[in-house]
Write a new protein. Structure first.
Length: 595
């Protein structure tokens, strides 16, 4: 935290503050900000009472969201609260709970939707998306709308689903009252700007109500609240390598403290970890760009600082995306990069395995450090499925993390967050974290309901939390786990725990698929086909079906296996089996946590 030179302080004041502020803990900083806010309000006194902005008189507003990991649902709730405070009659709707025909009744509409994978809608939004894009979609001549799209610029089809909705609503006759906003992983600022503009534009459709007058009372300093905007410094208590000697994998079990944080989580939720960049990666970028470590550059929070310190904490300096190449070429004006940007296959081939330092090395332009950091995106938090139940481990949270390391284009590469957790945080040191609630990956409300869990590799994490949760509750529902990895002897994650659960009867069935233990590789989807009759019978008895792990291949293959099971053992056609699986998703009996 550095006071910038343009701040309204004299140079001696800035020097004093810059000496004090870096020594403050997160708790001290939060208390001080609340104290100053309260003191300022108190000093203003009753004379500071002012009329609130005019609010619309109960304009109906529907906030429709489609979410994969819960972010859009959270933003929809924030939008509803903000709209209600301004006098709108607002309500939220999940795309999984509405038909396209219902939109004909909606006068004012905000759409908040994410794009999953390579331009796909979230699972629970698939049916609604197909309906609204289909020939039977209703005319929406009486509807006014605005769209907020969430995505990730590292993917080719950035915010594609939001773009699709925006274009389709207009094609159906709806009138856009505020432009679409496309958000990268750092979406909070763009969301607030979009929402403020959308509500202001929509509010002009009605006469204002009477202004609200403040009573001038001074708020007290807020209690410390940890979350997305105020990360909790969680102490690392334990780190255990789960793979046996001889494995080519490096999977670690981490135990972190949440004592004093006020943070809570349920089975199925995730922990957001905010890493710092590796010193070797920082040095590689500085050398490739021919910068100086002490070059003063802006940070995303508005402060200024030395380049090496700002890169360490604030920016993603490894992820090379089309967006970064495009912005870089606006300055480089390289014919080679221009041609590459126009050829999707060549661009993807170049991006694979390369990082920002490679772009600086391959196409040097002598870029000033201040301009360079403007090309980068803010360091995104990493979401890890929680591998523990808070009922079993009060004040703790456990993670199952695969350390990513590989060689590409003549350099050793490694995952920013996974190796930060594996290598650079010592036992007893702290990690900035917050909990992320995922309402779309939850145990059944009725603990007697049977569950089937498909979790190869680190996808096992949430199912450890599921079983611990059910054990703590004394749940009677049957539990069936499918686990896969490379080798039984080295890679059977949490093996002793699963064997104990089997012995105790809490785990009803366990099927494993170790791909490298025989000449013919075997995966969890093949074990599903072998156990197809049992899976079909459990689902017919009301079981819930869960999948966690790799989105690129495994999740698709498991989905195909499930369709095949309904064809083989339910006597359904391909079309009917697909419809059955989609209905399971709509009913929240088929849930996925894939990445």
């Amino acid at each position: 935290m550095i006071i910038p030179s343009h701040a309204p302080f004299s140079e001696p004041q800035r020097n004093t503050l810059n000496q004090i502020l870096p020594t403050l803990s997160d708790q001290q900083t939060t208390w001080l900000s609340g104290f100053l806010a309260g003191a300022q309000s108190s000093a203003s006194g009753p004379s500071a009472a002012a009329a609130a902005p005019a609010a619309p008189s109960s304009i109906p507003l529907t906030i429709l969201y489609g979410t994969e990991s819960g972010n859009c649902e959270e933003l929809a709730a924030q939008a509803k609260k903000a709209a209600a405070a301004k006098g709108f009659a607002a309500k939220t709707l999940d795309m999984g709970d509405i038909k396209a025909a219902d939109l004909a009744k909606v006068k004012n509409l905000l759409v908040i939707v994410s794009t999953w994978g390579d331009g796909e809608p979230p699972d629970r939004a698939v049916i609604f998306y197909e309906q609204i894009m289909g020939d039977q979609a209703p005319k929406l001549d009486q509807t006014h709308f605005s769209v907020l799209a969430l995505g990730d610029t590292s993917y080719e089809k950035f915010c594609q689903i939001g773009k699709d909705f925006d274009a389709r609503l207009e094609a159906l006759g709806a009138k856009r009252f505020h432009p679409r906003t496309d958000c990268d992983l750092d979406y909070e600022g763009p969301f607030k700007k979009w929402l403020d503009g959308a509500l202001q534009n929509l509010g002009s459709l009605a006469a204002p109500v009477a202004p609200v007058v403040s009573n001038g009372s001074a708020p007290s300093a807020p209690a410390i609240e940890y979350g997305k905007k105020n990360h909790f410094p969680s102490e690392l208590k334990e780190r255990v390598l789960l793979n046996g000697r001889g494995s080519i994998k490096e999977t670690i079990h981490l135990e972190l403290s949440l004592a004093g944080s006020g943070l809570t989580y349920d089975a199925g939720d995730a922990l957001a970890v905010v890493p710092s960049n590796c010193p070797e990666d920082i040095t590689a970028v500085i050398e490739a760009g021919r910068f100086k470590a002490d070059d003063i550059v802006p940070a995303p929070d508005g402060s200024d600082g030395p380049l090496n310190e700002v890169l360490a904490q604030y920016y993603d300096i490894t992820g090379l995306t089309k967006n970064i190449v495009k912005k870089y070429n606006e300055l480089a004006k390289s014919d080679v990069l221009t041609a590459m940007l126009g050829d999707k296959e060549k661009l993807q081939s170049y991006l694979w395995g390369r990082q920002v330092c490679d772009l600086l090395t391959d196409y040097p332009i002598g870029l000033p450090a201040k301009e360079f950091v403007n090309l980068l995106r803010k360091m995104p938090p990493r979401l890890y499925s929680i591998a523990s139940s808070m009922k079993a481990h009060p004040d703790e949270v456990h993670l199952t993390v695969a350390a990513v390391r590989y060689d590409a284009h003549g350099r050793a590469r490694k995952g920013v967050a996974s190796t930060y957790l594996a290598d650079r945080v010592a036992i007893g040191e702290t990690i900035p974290v917050y909990t992320h609630h995922n309402k779309n990956f939850k145990l059944p409300a009725n603990s007697d309901t049977p569950i089937i869990m498909i979790g190869p590799g680190t996808g096992i994490a949430p199912f450890r939390s599921f079983i611990e949760d059910r054990a703590a509750d004394g749940a009677k529902g049957k539990n069936w786990l499918f686990f896969g990895d490379q080798r039984f002897s080295y890679d059977f994650l949490y093996q002793l725990e699963w064997q104990d659960y089997l012995k105790d009867g809490l785990l009803t069935k366990l099927n494993t698929a170790f791909s490298r233990d025989q000449p013919q590789k075997i995966y969890v989807q093949q074990r599903m086909i072998e156990e197809g009759k049992g899976i079909y019978d459990w689902l017919q008895d009301g079981a819930h079906f869960y999948v966690c792990g790799d989105a690129s291949r495994m999740a698709h293959d498991v989905n195909e296996a499930l369709i095949t099971i309904y064809q083989t053992h339910g006597g359904q056609s391909r079309e009917d089996a697909e419809a059955t699986v989609k209905q399971l998703q709509k009913d929240k009996r088929y849930q996925r946590d894939v990445y």
